[in-house]
Design a protein around this ligand. Structure first.
Ligand SMILES: N[C@@H](CCC(=O)N[C@@H](CS)C(=O)NCC(=O)O)C(=O)O
Length: 285
C-alpha cells in the first residue's frame, strides 16, 4: 500500500510539524451578518474566538449543515474554547464575508487577528495554540487508519455538495466518497452500496480492534473530522435511500452512537432538515 504509506508519512509530518498557514486575507472586521453566541462551560480564554459558519437554509438564526464547520466547532467545544459563530448565508454571501474569505467558503476562524480558512488548518492551529486537552491522533494510529478518513481525503473531495469528485485520490479507503456514490446512484445493481459497505466494514474491524475511538480510549481530531460526515451519511441515506448501517457492523454502529451522543456533537450538529436540503441537488442530479 504505497499510497497509504506515503500519505501516512505526510500526515505524520503534518501532525508533528503543524501546517503551513496560507497567507491570511487582509484583516477585516465584519460588521454585518448575524452573530450567534455559543459559549462552552469552561472558559479557557477571555475573548471568544470568532468563526464564520454556514447558516441553516431551513431555520433562521441556526447553524447549517457544513461538516467542515461542525468539525471546527467540535474542536473548540472539546478544547473548552468559547466562540462566537457568525452565520453566513452561502446562497447570498455578504461583502464582509467575501473580504474575509475570498473563496467564499466556510469555515473561517479568526486566530491571532488573522482570518484563517480551511477546517484542517484551523484544527491544526487550535491544536498548537491550545494543546490542552490534546486532540492529535497518535502517529501509530495515523499510520493505521487516519489516512483513510481525515481532511487529507476530504480536501480532495472538497465541498461535497458542490464537487463532482467522487474518488479520493490520496488513499485507498473511501467512506465519504462511497457514501456520495451510493447516495447519487440510480441503479441498485451498480455496486455502489457494496462499495460503501466494504469501507464501513473496514472501519468496523478497525474500531473493534482499536476503539472505542480512532485513537483508542479518547476522542481525537480524527473522530471530530469523521463524525460530522457520518451524521450526513446516516441522515441522507436514511432519507433518500431508506438505508441504514446494517446490524452486521455492530462496532461501526456503536461508534456512531457513541460519538453522536457526545455533548459537543449534539450542540454543534446540523438539523436533519438542513442535511436533507443540502444533499437534494446532488441526489436529484
Ligand atoms: N476544505 C475546506 C472545505 C470547506 C467547504 O468546501 N465549505 C463549503 C460548505 S460545506 C463552502 O463553504 N462552500 C461554498 C459555497 O457553498 O458557496 C475545509 O475543510 O474547510
Amino acid at each position: 500500500m504505497a499510497t497509504t504509506v506515503a500519505l501516512s508519512s505526510s500526515l505524520k509530518h503534518h501532525l508533528a510539524l503543524g501546517v503551513r498557514i496560507p497567507q491570511s486575507p487582509a484583516l477585516c472586521r465584519p460588521n454585518g451578518g448575524r452573530v450567534s453566541s455559543f459559549r462552552s462551560s469552561t472558559l479557557a480564554m477571555a475573548t471568544p474566538l470568532e468563526v464564520c459558519v454556514k447558516a441553516s437554509v431551513t431555520t433562521p438564526n441556526k447553524l447549517g449543515d457544513c461538516p467542515f464547520c461542525q468539525r471546527v466547532l467540535l474542536t473548540m467545544e472539546e478544547k473548552h474554547l468559547p466562540y462566537d459563530m457568525k452565520l453566513v448565508d452561502l446562497a447570498n454571501k455578504p461583502d464582509w464575508f467575501l473580504q474575509i474569505s475570498p473563496e467564499g467558503k466556510v469555515p473561517v476562524a479568526k486566530l491571532d487577528e488573522k482570518w484563517v480558512p480551511d477546517s484542517d488548518v484551523i484544527a491544526q492551529v487550535l491544536e498548537e495554540k491550545y494543546p490542552d486537552p490534546p486532540l492529535a491522533t497518535s502517529p501509530e494510529k495515523a499510520s493505521e487508519y487516519v489516512c483513510v478518513i481525515t481532511d487529507l481525503c476530504l480536501d480532495v473531495i472538497n465541498c461535497f455538495v458542490k464537487s463532482d469528485v467522487l474518488q479520493c485520490l490520496l488513499c485507498g479507503s473511501k467512506i465519504f466518497s462511497t457514501f456520495i456514490g451510493f447516495l447519487k446512484s440510480k441503479d441498485p445493481s451498480d455496486g455502489t452500496e457494496q462499495a460503501l459497505l466494504n469501507e464501513l466494514s473496514s472501519f468496523n474491524d478497525y474500531i473493534k480492534e482499536n476503539g472505542p475511538f480512532i485513537n483508542g480510549e479518547k476522542v481525537s481530531a480524527a473522530d471530530l473530522s469523521l463524525a460530522p460526515k457520518l451524521h450526513h451519511l446516516e441522515i441522507a441515506l436514511g432519507h433518500y435511500k431508506k438505508w441504514s448501517v446494517p446490524d452486521t457492523l455492530p462496532h461501526m454502529k456503536s461508534y456512531m452512537k457513541t460519538i453522536f451522543s457526545m455533548e459537543s456533537f449534539v450542540k454543534t450538529r446540523a438539523s436533519p432538515d438542513d442535511v436533507i436540503a443540502g444533499w437534494r441537488p446532488k441526489v436529484m442530479g
